[in-house]
Design a protein around this ligand. Sequence first.
Ligand SMILES: [Zn+2]
Length: 135
Amino acid sequence: MNGTMLRDMAVKARENAYAPYSGFKVGAALLGSSGKVYTGCNIENSSYGLTICAERVAVVKAVSEGEREFTALALAGSGAGFIYPCGACLQVLAEFAPRLKIEIVEASGDYKITSVKELLPRAFVLKQREEADGN
Ligand SMILES: [Zn+2]
């Protein structure tokens, strides 16, 4: 699984987005350490607060199938320009992969590489966890 394949999977996952309210479709593809890829899309709700982002859909699918470690996430938004995961998604990603690589692809196919650590350098962690030093 290379970056191009993962980005293509995020673009493909975006097709399933349910975004009748914003019209803004997002796709995500999360690569687990096992080599398996879990895709997600944003799923809106008429009660807006219940909307869930593509990234969290992918994480929830993965964790519910037993995957706990991840190496990369590809994210594809709608239209031109790069989108970044929201704070809630970054916190959820940091729970499992605080140093996760993130590849963000925009409409032209151009992409940027960043990471959870770069976008959320001080994620919340409970002190009981071994990783509580925030590294
Ligand atoms: Zn989000």
